[in-house]
Ligand binder design. Structure first.
Ligand code: NDP
Length: 331
Protein backbone atom coordinates (compact mmCIF):
# COMPACT_ATOMS: atom_id res chain seq x y z
CA UNK A 1 0.00 0.00 0.00
CA UNK A 2 1.85 3.04 -1.25
CA UNK A 3 1.12 6.20 0.76
CA UNK A 4 2.06 9.88 0.59
CA UNK A 5 2.68 11.28 4.05
CA UNK A 6 3.53 14.75 5.29
CA UNK A 7 7.23 14.79 6.18
CA UNK A 8 7.51 18.41 7.35
CA UNK A 9 5.52 21.64 7.25
CA UNK A 10 6.08 23.53 4.00
CA UNK A 11 7.12 27.16 3.98
CA UNK A 12 5.66 28.96 0.96
CA UNK A 13 5.33 26.71 -2.06
CA UNK A 14 5.16 22.99 -1.23
CA UNK A 15 8.37 21.14 -2.16
CA UNK A 16 9.07 17.47 -2.87
CA UNK A 17 11.04 17.23 0.38
CA UNK A 18 7.88 18.11 2.33
CA UNK A 19 6.48 14.69 1.45
CA UNK A 20 7.52 11.18 2.29
CA UNK A 21 6.44 8.18 0.25
CA UNK A 22 6.19 4.87 2.05
CA UNK A 23 4.93 1.38 1.24
CA UNK A 24 3.01 -0.45 3.95
CA UNK A 25 1.28 -3.82 3.97
CA UNK A 26 -2.35 -3.60 2.83
CA UNK A 27 -4.67 -3.52 5.87
CA UNK A 28 -7.25 -6.16 6.72
CA UNK A 29 -10.80 -4.98 7.52
CA UNK A 30 -12.13 -5.94 10.94
CA UNK A 31 -15.79 -6.15 11.98
CA UNK A 32 -17.65 -3.01 10.81
CA UNK A 33 -14.90 -2.08 8.33
CA UNK A 34 -14.20 -2.39 4.62
CA UNK A 35 -11.07 -2.35 2.50
CA UNK A 36 -11.15 0.04 -0.47
CA UNK A 37 -8.79 0.35 -3.41
CA UNK A 38 -8.34 3.95 -4.54
CA UNK A 39 -9.46 4.77 -8.06
CA UNK A 40 -9.47 8.62 -8.13
CA UNK A 41 -7.79 11.13 -5.82
CA UNK A 42 -9.04 14.71 -5.60
CA UNK A 43 -6.58 17.62 -5.70
CA UNK A 44 -7.81 20.72 -3.89
CA UNK A 45 -6.29 24.15 -3.19
CA UNK A 46 -7.49 23.82 0.42
CA UNK A 47 -4.88 21.09 0.88
CA UNK A 48 -2.24 23.79 1.15
CA UNK A 49 -4.00 25.19 4.23
CA UNK A 50 -4.28 21.75 5.84
CA UNK A 51 -0.46 21.54 5.90
CA UNK A 52 -0.05 24.61 8.12
CA UNK A 53 -0.14 24.28 11.88
CA UNK A 54 -2.73 26.90 12.59
CA UNK A 55 -6.36 26.85 13.68
CA UNK A 56 -8.78 26.31 10.81
CA UNK A 57 -12.05 24.56 10.04
CA UNK A 58 -10.20 21.19 10.15
CA UNK A 59 -7.18 20.19 12.22
CA UNK A 60 -3.88 20.31 10.30
CA UNK A 61 -2.50 17.10 8.81
CA UNK A 62 0.05 15.81 11.33
CA UNK A 63 3.69 15.23 10.49
CA UNK A 64 4.03 11.57 9.49
CA UNK A 65 0.32 11.23 8.75
CA UNK A 66 -1.09 10.09 5.41
CA UNK A 67 -2.06 13.21 3.44
CA UNK A 68 -5.77 13.97 3.74
CA UNK A 69 -7.64 13.83 0.43
CA UNK A 70 -11.05 13.10 -0.90
CA UNK A 71 -11.10 10.04 -3.14
CA UNK A 72 -13.26 7.42 -4.78
CA UNK A 73 -12.43 3.87 -3.76
CA UNK A 74 -13.75 0.51 -4.86
CA UNK A 75 -14.60 -1.88 -2.04
CA UNK A 76 -12.50 -5.02 -2.39
CA UNK A 77 -13.29 -6.74 0.94
CA UNK A 78 -15.88 -5.93 3.55
CA UNK A 79 -16.96 -6.76 7.09
CA UNK A 80 -19.28 -3.76 6.99
CA UNK A 81 -23.03 -4.36 6.71
CA UNK A 82 -23.60 -1.45 4.29
CA UNK A 83 -20.66 -1.72 1.89
CA UNK A 84 -20.24 -4.73 -0.42
CA UNK A 85 -17.28 -5.68 -2.61
CA UNK A 86 -17.67 -3.90 -5.95
CA UNK A 87 -19.32 -0.84 -4.37
CA UNK A 88 -17.80 2.56 -5.13
CA UNK A 89 -17.47 4.93 -2.23
CA UNK A 90 -16.47 8.59 -1.86
CA UNK A 91 -14.80 9.80 1.32
CA UNK A 92 -11.75 11.39 2.88
CA UNK A 93 -9.61 8.28 2.44
CA UNK A 94 -6.22 9.96 1.99
CA UNK A 95 -3.46 9.72 -0.58
CA UNK A 96 -2.86 5.96 -0.60
CA UNK A 97 -3.57 2.90 -2.73
CA UNK A 98 -5.75 1.16 -0.14
CA UNK A 99 -7.74 2.26 2.87
CA UNK A 100 -9.42 0.44 5.74
CA UNK A 101 -12.50 2.42 6.70
CA UNK A 102 -15.40 2.19 9.14
CA UNK A 103 -17.52 4.00 6.54
CA UNK A 104 -18.02 7.10 8.69
CA UNK A 105 -18.58 10.12 6.44
CA UNK A 106 -18.39 7.88 3.38
CA UNK A 107 -21.01 7.82 0.65
CA UNK A 108 -21.78 5.06 -1.84
CA UNK A 109 -21.92 6.37 -5.43
CA UNK A 110 -23.28 4.85 -8.60
CA UNK A 111 -20.92 4.72 -11.63
CA UNK A 112 -23.89 4.01 -13.92
CA UNK A 113 -25.36 7.46 -13.14
CA UNK A 114 -22.15 9.48 -13.65
CA UNK A 115 -18.45 8.73 -14.25
CA UNK A 116 -16.69 8.16 -10.93
CA UNK A 117 -14.58 11.33 -11.19
CA UNK A 118 -17.75 13.47 -11.32
CA UNK A 119 -18.37 12.61 -7.67
CA UNK A 120 -15.19 14.52 -6.81
CA UNK A 121 -16.12 17.46 -9.06
CA UNK A 122 -19.48 18.64 -10.36
CA UNK A 123 -21.43 16.27 -8.10
CA UNK A 124 -18.86 16.43 -5.31
CA UNK A 125 -17.34 19.03 -3.05
CA UNK A 126 -16.61 21.69 -5.73
CA UNK A 127 -20.13 21.39 -7.14
CA UNK A 128 -21.63 21.74 -3.66
CA UNK A 129 -19.35 24.72 -2.99
CA UNK A 130 -20.51 26.48 -6.14
CA UNK A 131 -24.17 25.71 -5.50
CA UNK A 132 -24.43 26.78 -1.85
CA UNK A 133 -21.89 29.58 -2.14
CA UNK A 134 -23.73 31.18 -5.02
CA UNK A 135 -27.36 30.48 -4.14
CA UNK A 136 -27.28 30.61 -0.31
CA UNK A 137 -24.36 32.86 0.64
CA UNK A 138 -24.58 34.93 -2.55
CA UNK A 139 -28.40 34.93 -2.43
CA UNK A 140 -28.44 35.16 -6.20
CA UNK A 141 -31.50 36.59 -7.95
CA UNK A 142 -32.52 36.24 -11.59
CA UNK A 143 -31.18 38.96 -13.88
CA UNK A 144 -28.24 39.91 -11.65
CA UNK A 145 -24.63 40.33 -12.74
CA UNK A 146 -22.25 37.71 -11.35
CA UNK A 147 -18.48 37.89 -11.51
CA UNK A 148 -16.43 34.82 -10.58
CA UNK A 149 -12.66 34.53 -10.27
CA UNK A 150 -10.80 31.25 -10.73
CA UNK A 151 -13.53 30.88 -13.31
CA UNK A 152 -12.01 28.03 -15.33
CA UNK A 153 -11.45 25.86 -12.27
CA UNK A 154 -13.53 23.19 -10.56
CA UNK A 155 -15.67 25.59 -8.51
CA UNK A 156 -15.56 28.49 -10.98
CA UNK A 157 -16.87 26.55 -14.00
CA UNK A 158 -19.83 25.43 -11.88
CA UNK A 159 -20.51 28.87 -10.40
CA UNK A 160 -20.68 30.49 -13.83
CA UNK A 161 -22.88 27.82 -15.34
CA UNK A 162 -25.28 27.72 -12.38
CA UNK A 163 -25.58 31.50 -12.58
CA UNK A 164 -26.45 31.18 -16.29
CA UNK A 165 -29.10 28.57 -15.47
CA UNK A 166 -30.52 31.11 -13.01
CA UNK A 167 -30.82 33.72 -15.75
CA UNK A 168 -27.91 35.92 -14.72
CA UNK A 169 -25.21 37.77 -16.65
CA UNK A 170 -21.88 36.06 -15.93
CA UNK A 171 -18.35 37.37 -16.22
CA UNK A 172 -15.46 35.00 -15.54
CA UNK A 173 -11.91 35.96 -14.59
CA UNK A 174 -9.22 33.40 -15.48
CA UNK A 175 -5.59 33.12 -16.55
CA UNK A 176 -4.91 32.91 -20.27
CA UNK A 177 -6.70 33.24 -23.60
CA UNK A 178 -7.46 29.54 -23.87
CA UNK A 179 -9.33 29.42 -20.58
CA UNK A 180 -11.23 32.60 -21.46
CA UNK A 181 -12.25 31.12 -24.82
CA UNK A 182 -13.59 28.06 -23.03
CA UNK A 183 -15.66 30.24 -20.69
CA UNK A 184 -17.36 32.30 -23.37
CA UNK A 185 -17.55 29.40 -25.82
CA UNK A 186 -18.49 25.99 -24.51
CA UNK A 187 -19.50 27.15 -21.04
CA UNK A 188 -21.74 30.02 -22.14
CA UNK A 189 -20.33 32.84 -19.98
CA UNK A 190 -21.29 36.32 -21.24
CA UNK A 191 -17.72 37.62 -20.98
CA UNK A 192 -14.29 36.58 -19.75
CA UNK A 193 -11.34 38.56 -18.47
CA UNK A 194 -7.77 37.27 -18.78
CA UNK A 195 -6.15 38.62 -15.64
CA UNK A 196 -2.69 37.80 -16.95
CA UNK A 197 -2.94 40.14 -19.95
CA UNK A 198 -5.76 42.58 -19.07
CA UNK A 199 -6.32 45.32 -16.51
CA UNK A 200 -9.07 43.61 -14.48
CA UNK A 201 -10.49 46.83 -13.09
CA UNK A 202 -10.89 48.38 -16.52
CA UNK A 203 -12.26 45.19 -18.02
CA UNK A 204 -14.88 44.97 -15.27
CA UNK A 205 -16.01 48.46 -16.15
CA UNK A 206 -16.60 47.23 -19.72
CA UNK A 207 -18.20 43.88 -18.92
CA UNK A 208 -20.19 44.80 -15.81
CA UNK A 209 -21.22 48.37 -16.66
CA UNK A 210 -24.02 48.45 -14.08
CA UNK A 211 -21.83 47.00 -11.36
CA UNK A 212 -21.43 43.56 -9.81
CA UNK A 213 -24.32 42.11 -7.79
CA UNK A 214 -22.50 38.95 -6.71
CA UNK A 215 -18.73 38.60 -6.72
CA UNK A 216 -17.74 34.97 -6.07
CA UNK A 217 -14.11 35.09 -5.01
CA UNK A 218 -11.82 32.09 -5.38
CA UNK A 219 -8.51 33.93 -5.56
CA UNK A 220 -8.30 36.98 -3.24
CA UNK A 221 -5.43 39.44 -3.60
CA UNK A 222 -5.37 42.03 -6.37
CA UNK A 223 -8.36 40.55 -8.24
CA UNK A 224 -10.57 40.87 -5.14
CA UNK A 225 -9.42 44.45 -4.80
CA UNK A 226 -10.36 45.18 -8.41
CA UNK A 227 -13.80 43.59 -8.02
CA UNK A 228 -14.51 45.65 -4.89
CA UNK A 229 -14.25 48.83 -6.93
CA UNK A 230 -17.14 47.76 -9.16
CA UNK A 231 -19.84 46.66 -6.69
CA UNK A 232 -23.49 47.47 -7.34
CA UNK A 233 -25.72 48.63 -4.49
CA UNK A 234 -26.43 45.81 -1.98
CA UNK A 235 -23.83 43.58 -3.61
CA UNK A 236 -22.74 40.30 -2.04
CA UNK A 237 -19.08 39.30 -2.02
CA UNK A 238 -18.77 35.56 -1.43
CA UNK A 239 -15.45 34.63 0.15
CA UNK A 240 -14.96 31.08 -1.12
CA UNK A 241 -11.17 31.00 -1.24
CA UNK A 242 -8.02 33.00 -1.89
CA UNK A 243 -5.63 30.77 -3.79
CA UNK A 244 -3.36 33.71 -4.70
CA UNK A 245 -2.52 33.96 -0.99
CA UNK A 246 -2.14 30.29 0.03
CA UNK A 247 1.61 30.05 -0.61
CA UNK A 248 2.40 33.40 0.99
CA UNK A 249 5.36 33.52 3.31
CA UNK A 250 4.19 36.90 4.55
CA UNK A 251 0.79 38.08 5.78
CA UNK A 252 -2.28 37.68 3.58
CA UNK A 253 -2.85 40.72 1.38
CA UNK A 254 -5.97 42.40 2.72
CA UNK A 255 -8.54 44.09 0.51
CA UNK A 256 -7.54 47.75 0.47
CA UNK A 257 -10.80 48.69 -1.25
CA UNK A 258 -13.09 47.29 1.42
CA UNK A 259 -14.74 50.64 2.14
CA UNK A 260 -16.72 50.18 -1.06
CA UNK A 261 -18.78 47.77 1.08
CA UNK A 262 -19.85 50.80 3.08
CA UNK A 263 -20.55 53.04 0.13
CA UNK A 264 -22.47 50.31 -1.71
CA UNK A 265 -24.24 48.93 1.40
CA UNK A 266 -22.73 45.61 0.41
CA UNK A 267 -21.71 42.60 2.43
CA UNK A 268 -18.83 40.17 2.29
CA UNK A 269 -19.33 36.70 3.73
CA UNK A 270 -17.21 33.59 3.96
CA UNK A 271 -18.47 30.03 4.18
CA UNK A 272 -17.31 26.43 4.48
CA UNK A 273 -19.12 23.96 2.26
CA UNK A 274 -19.21 21.24 4.95
CA UNK A 275 -21.81 23.27 6.82
CA UNK A 276 -24.28 22.35 4.05
CA UNK A 277 -23.60 18.59 4.22
CA UNK A 278 -27.19 17.78 5.18
CA UNK A 279 -28.38 19.31 1.91
CA UNK A 280 -25.84 17.71 -0.48
CA UNK A 281 -28.40 15.20 -1.80
CA UNK A 282 -30.83 17.96 -2.72
CA UNK A 283 -28.08 19.95 -4.48
CA UNK A 284 -26.58 17.00 -6.35
CA UNK A 285 -30.01 15.97 -7.59
CA UNK A 286 -30.53 19.43 -9.03
CA UNK A 287 -27.04 19.65 -10.55
CA UNK A 288 -27.39 16.15 -12.04
CA UNK A 289 -30.59 17.36 -13.72
CA UNK A 290 -28.79 20.33 -15.27
CA UNK A 291 -26.01 18.04 -16.49
CA UNK A 292 -28.54 15.62 -17.95
CA UNK A 293 -30.41 18.31 -19.86
CA UNK A 294 -27.16 19.78 -21.20
CA UNK A 295 -27.34 23.10 -19.38
CA UNK A 296 -24.19 22.33 -17.41
CA UNK A 297 -21.00 20.93 -18.94
CA UNK A 298 -18.69 18.99 -16.69
CA UNK A 299 -15.06 20.07 -17.02
CA UNK A 300 -12.40 17.77 -15.65
CA UNK A 301 -8.64 17.58 -15.85
CA UNK A 302 -7.66 13.96 -15.35
CA UNK A 303 -4.02 13.09 -14.70
CA UNK A 304 -3.21 9.40 -14.99
CA UNK A 305 -0.57 8.05 -12.66
CA UNK A 306 0.23 6.55 -9.29
CA UNK A 307 -0.11 7.79 -5.73
CA UNK A 308 3.52 8.93 -6.10
CA UNK A 309 2.40 11.53 -8.64
CA UNK A 310 0.30 13.34 -6.04
CA UNK A 311 2.90 16.01 -5.06
CA UNK A 312 3.57 17.11 -8.65
CA UNK A 313 -0.12 17.05 -9.54
CA UNK A 314 -1.00 19.24 -6.55
CA UNK A 315 1.40 21.90 -7.83
CA UNK A 316 -0.61 22.21 -11.04
CA UNK A 317 -3.37 24.02 -9.13
CA UNK A 318 -1.01 26.79 -8.02
CA UNK A 319 0.41 27.20 -11.52
CA UNK A 320 -2.94 27.35 -13.26
CA UNK A 321 -2.14 24.18 -15.19
CA UNK A 322 -5.58 22.65 -14.70
CA UNK A 323 -8.82 23.44 -16.46
CA UNK A 324 -11.84 22.24 -14.52
CA UNK A 325 -11.69 19.75 -11.68
CA UNK A 326 -8.20 18.28 -11.21
CA UNK A 327 -8.15 14.58 -10.31
CA UNK A 328 -5.50 11.88 -10.27
CA UNK A 329 -6.68 8.60 -11.75
CA UNK A 330 -4.65 5.73 -10.35
CA UNK A 331 -3.51 3.38 -13.09
P1 NDP B 1 -9.38 25.29 -9.25
O1 NDP B 1 -9.80 24.13 -10.08
O2 NDP B 1 -10.00 26.62 -9.50
O3 NDP B 1 -7.80 25.39 -9.39
C1 NDP B 1 -7.10 26.47 -8.93
C2 NDP B 1 -6.99 27.59 -9.99
O4 NDP B 1 -6.64 28.79 -9.31
C3 NDP B 1 -5.90 27.41 -11.00
O5 NDP B 1 -6.29 26.61 -12.09
C4 NDP B 1 -5.57 28.83 -11.42
O6 NDP B 1 -6.34 29.22 -12.55
C5 NDP B 1 -6.01 29.67 -10.22
N1 NDP B 1 -4.88 30.31 -9.58
C6 NDP B 1 -3.76 29.73 -9.09
N2 NDP B 1 -2.93 30.64 -8.59
C7 NDP B 1 -3.53 31.86 -8.78
C8 NDP B 1 -3.17 33.21 -8.47
N3 NDP B 1 -2.01 33.50 -7.87
N4 NDP B 1 -4.03 34.20 -8.82
C9 NDP B 1 -5.20 33.92 -9.42
N5 NDP B 1 -5.60 32.66 -9.74
C10 NDP B 1 -4.77 31.66 -9.40
O7 NDP B 1 -9.57 24.95 -7.71
P2 NDP B 1 -10.96 24.70 -6.97
O8 NDP B 1 -12.06 25.02 -7.89
O9 NDP B 1 -10.92 23.37 -6.34
O10 NDP B 1 -10.96 25.79 -5.81
C11 NDP B 1 -11.21 27.16 -6.10
C12 NDP B 1 -11.25 27.96 -4.81
O11 NDP B 1 -12.34 27.52 -4.00
C13 NDP B 1 -10.01 27.82 -3.95
O12 NDP B 1 -9.69 29.08 -3.40
C14 NDP B 1 -10.45 26.87 -2.85
O13 NDP B 1 -9.69 27.02 -1.69
C15 NDP B 1 -11.88 27.29 -2.69
N6 NDP B 1 -12.76 26.31 -2.07
C16 NDP B 1 -13.48 26.70 -0.97
C17 NDP B 1 -14.37 25.88 -0.36
C18 NDP B 1 -15.15 26.36 0.80
O14 NDP B 1 -15.85 25.58 1.44
N7 NDP B 1 -15.10 27.64 1.11
C19 NDP B 1 -14.55 24.48 -0.83
C20 NDP B 1 -13.81 24.18 -2.04
C21 NDP B 1 -12.94 25.08 -2.61
P3 NDP B 1 -5.83 30.40 -13.53
O15 NDP B 1 -5.11 29.74 -14.62
O16 NDP B 1 -7.12 31.05 -13.93
O17 NDP B 1 -4.95 31.28 -12.71
Amino acid sequence: NRQVRLARRPVGEVRDEDWEQVVEPVGVPGPGQFLGRTRYVSLDPAMRGWLDDRPSYLPPVGIGEVMRAGSVVEVVASEHPEFRPGDHVVGAFGVQDYVVSDGKGALRVDPSLAPLSTYLGALGMPGMTAYFGLLEVGALKEGETVVVSGAAGAVGTMVGQIARVKGCRVVGIAGGAEKCALLTGELGFDAAIDYRSEDVRKALRTHAPDGIDVYFDNVGGAILDAALTRLAMRARVVVCGAISQYNNETAVQGPSNYLSLLVRRARMEGFVVFDYARRYTEASREIAGWIADGRIRVKEHVVEGTVGDFPATLQMLFRGENTGKLVLRLT
